[in-house]
Design a protein around this ligand. Sequence first.
Ligand SMILES: C[S@@+](CC[C@H](N)C(=O)[O-])C[C@H]1O[C@@H](n2cnc3c(N)ncnc32)[C@H](O)[C@@H]1O
Length: 418
Amino acid sequence: MSNMVENVLRVTIERLDDDGLGVAGRFRVPYTLPGETVEIKRYQRKKKYYLAFDFDIVSPSPDRVEPKCPHYGICGGCRLQHIAYSDQIRFKEDKLERLLGFSVDVLPSPKIFGHRNRIDVVITPACIGFRYFGTWWRVFDLQDCPVFGPRAGKTTSALREFMAENKLEPYDLKTHKGFLRYIVLREGKNTGEFMVNLVTTEGELPDPTPYFSADSIYHSVNSSLSDVSYGDPVRFWGKEYITERLNDVLYLIHPNSFFQTNTYQAERLVSLVSEYATGSKILDLYSGVGTFSIYLAKRGFTVSGIEINPFSVDLARKNAELNNVSADFIVGKDSDVSDLSAYDTAILDPPRAGLHPKLVRRLAESGPETVVYVSCNPKTFKRDLEILSSSYSLDAVHGLDMFPHTPHVELVSLLRRR
Ligand SMILES: C[S@@+](CC[C@H](N)C(=O)[O-])C[C@H]1O[C@@H](n2cnc3c(N)ncnc32)[C@H](O)[C@@H]1O
């Protein structure tokens, strides 16, 4: 890290930026609060600011709360644990107001610990855990992850034993040598079912079953140079899928499938979406594994799901079968969807890039009566809304805190044709 600067600077935090970093002039200091005085010992030049790496908080704010996590202060995951939960919600409301230009209430998560149903743990020669804030190369040893729950510490201990007894080599992120790359944990919070996915480079994995107490254990292979926590599943022990339940609907979880990460808030999300749906014919675009589709089909709506990923489409069909409902799922792209007026409601849950411009144009021209737009990126939501507002009125919008202790916030909105 050649652009690291060392000398001591004393600064006062003025505010938090949209990423939850303390702002002091050109400096950004993680894990701080407005009003705090900080001595910065080492910082790194980034594109738009200097990021403090090594610093002491010399006058802590009276608003600071005790973080629950033993890794708070180094982990890149929960960087707002020193902020009282009600203040985290206010931070997210202020951020939305800044980005959208109008005020939006943020619905707090029903649980703020033990709510995450997935963690991706990095395996390196030095440590097994998560990355230090702002780095991809530095990992600390994970003992506990309170946002996931007790299985995090237990399973990483079991992994250490598995690796030591079987002489398994960890993967080196810099030299690209070694075998074990990631261990991904998925837990059905409402079903108690547990899945472990061991991601390695090419090679034979010894029998993991004596070490891990899980309903499903996968071995996946990622031999590429890309540092991703999934691969091609080559073998599994126990169940092929685990399940998670959102209210009265069961969903299959597979190592390579996406699922909403905060189960308890996802229950609120699906009920809100179903409350907003009108008429009988629903288009669920970007339908993934059918999270909204199946929930709505169970409530009597006629649902068609469109999704680009064939694997997710296959799982969505299996989810329909599992819940004994009928819903159509097809592999398709947002830019190709045309007969929008055939539906009463369109549910749109795009990736961070937002809606395809062609889709936005078609919606504005001849979209359905009701649009429910779920967004994980307020900036692209605003961009799309500006065009849609020529034909739609924004009847309701909520922030949903899916990721407590992080700066992220989800939006759910209801648009009605003018
Ligand atoms: C935020 S996820 C929503 C998933 C789903 N609603 C759920 O809750 O499980 C976005 C989904 O859009 C899909 N996607 C990405 N680009 C797409 C495109 N151009 N057309 C259709 N689907 C796309 C992704 O594969 C992903 O499943």
